[in-house]
Design a protein around this ligand. Structure first.
Ligand SMILES: NC(=O)c1ccc[n+]([C@@H]2O[C@H](COP(=O)([O-])OP(=O)(O)OC[C@H]3O[C@@H](n4cnc5c(N)ncnc54)[C@H](OP(=O)(O)O)[C@@H]3O)[C@@H](O)[C@H]2O)c1
Length: 340
């Protein structure tokens, strides 16, 4: 089977497409014939050797796949051979076959295609844990989502709207406003113009009758985090999700004191280690919301597996709205002709 391997940390172009033996499932694991693979910003960090947990070299990257169960190891109860599933993995997804723990294998709802299923994992889980668990967002509250048309961002916009919040979507260029609105944003906040600290606070105040945002979900960090903090309402909560801007911000704690602000972090990987049942419950809830039409993964483009570097570079260069996926040979034809 073909797979994409990291042999040395570096750029997407440094990855190598190779013919490898099919992996074997151990007890509790499942072998999946992969049709679609979710591409995430985190994959860039993993491939570049900058992520906090890295497998030993060489390895196949990729944290989420959708496909058909080829073989189920002893003791697997969540799915069986022939089932259409989505699965979350530590690594190994950029391949025609992948092994996943049965614990993180989910049968697909009727009618959900593989490309969308592969986009249903990490970004929606992140959005859900950030909104429901870390910030305890309540219906009727106002939430600012920065990087709002990226993977985590768009999932957060959709989910916050589904949870009954008023959604302010922070976008880095005016061309992305339409995508934010089409996915449920009530207001669009321009993150590009002028002195960001003032302009973001003024725009958020304008959209909230002067009060500020109750919650901010921030996958960007840097200046965007600094400005988002100042745009919070009294008693507001901000969730640190990531640092796509490249700068990890520092805090002046007097500001937190003065406005009774809570700053909280999210490390999704930790939930996989510490609360597997919770992760499974949330992912099943996300599939239910998708089946009910309350959220809808947006796959902007699908690339054949061998064009992995183009897909990763589209993410790196901020050209993606929603998600991009890779499709294996057996699935690359037909569904998204743009990607072939
Ligand atoms: N904490 C966790 O457990 C967890 C889980 C998943 C992901 N993450 C992190 O969340 C972040 C987002 O992941 P993703 O998959 O959603 O990535 P993505 O799809 O690439 O989206 C990233 C967004 O960040 C914005 N952005 C990128 N570079 C920027 C820059 N230099 N300055 C300002 N804004 C910039 C872009 O928005 P515009 O182009 O519109 O500005 C883009 O929409 C990453 O840092 C990832 O590592 C964390």
């Amino acid at each position: 089977m073909r797979a994409i391997r990291v042999e040395k940390f570096g750029a997407p172009e440094d990855l190598i497409l190779e013919e490898l033996p099919a992996p074997k499932p151990e007890p509790g694991e499942v072998l999946i014939d992969v049709h679609a693979i979710g591409v995430n910003f985190i994959d860039l960090l993993v491939v570049g050797g900058q992520y906090q947990s890295l497998p030993p070299l060489p390895f196949v990257p990729g944290k989420e796949v959708a496909g058909v169960v080829a073989e189920a190891g002893e003791g697997v109860t969540t799915c069986k051979p022939g089932d259409r599933v989505m699965a979350q993995l530590e690594c190994g997804g950029y391949a025609e076959q992948a092994v996943a723990s049965g614990r993180y294998c989910y049968p697909l709802p009727e009618g959900m295609d593989f490309a969308r299923a592969a986009a249903m994992g990490m970004v929606y889980l992140t959005a859900h844990f950030a909104l429901a668990e870390r910030s305890r967002l309540a219906a009727g509250e106002t939430v600012l989502v920065t990087g709002a048309t990226g993977g985590v961002g768009l999932a957060s916009v959709q989910l916050a709207r589904a949870l009954g919040a008023t959604v302010l979507a922070g976008v880095g260029s005016p061309g992305k406003a339409e995508a934010a609105k089409a996915n449920g944003a009530h207001h669009v906040i321009d993150l590009a113009g002028g002195d960001l600290k003032d302009s973001l606070r003024d725009q958020v105040r304008g959209a909230t009758g002067g009060g500020g945002a109750d919650v901010a979900i921030d996958p960007v960090g840097g200046d965007v985090f600094d400005a988002s903090l100042r745009a919070l309402a009294w008693g507001g909560r901000i969730v640190v999700v990531g640092f796509t801007s490249g700068r990890i911000p520092s805090l002046k704690t007097n500001y937190i004191l003065l406005k009774n602000i809570s700053v909280t972090g999210l490390h999704l990987n930790d939930y996989f280690q510490r609360d597997p049942a919770g992760v499974r419950r949330v992912q099943e809830e996300l599939f239910r919301l998708a089946a009910e039409g309350k959220i809808e993964p947006k796959v902007m483009r699908a690339y054949p597996l061998e064009r992995f570097a183009e897909a990763l570079n589209a993410v790196r260069e901020r050209r993606v709205q929603g998600k991009v996926v890779l499709m294996t040979g057996r699935a690359a034809r037909g569904i998204f002709p743009n990607g072939s």
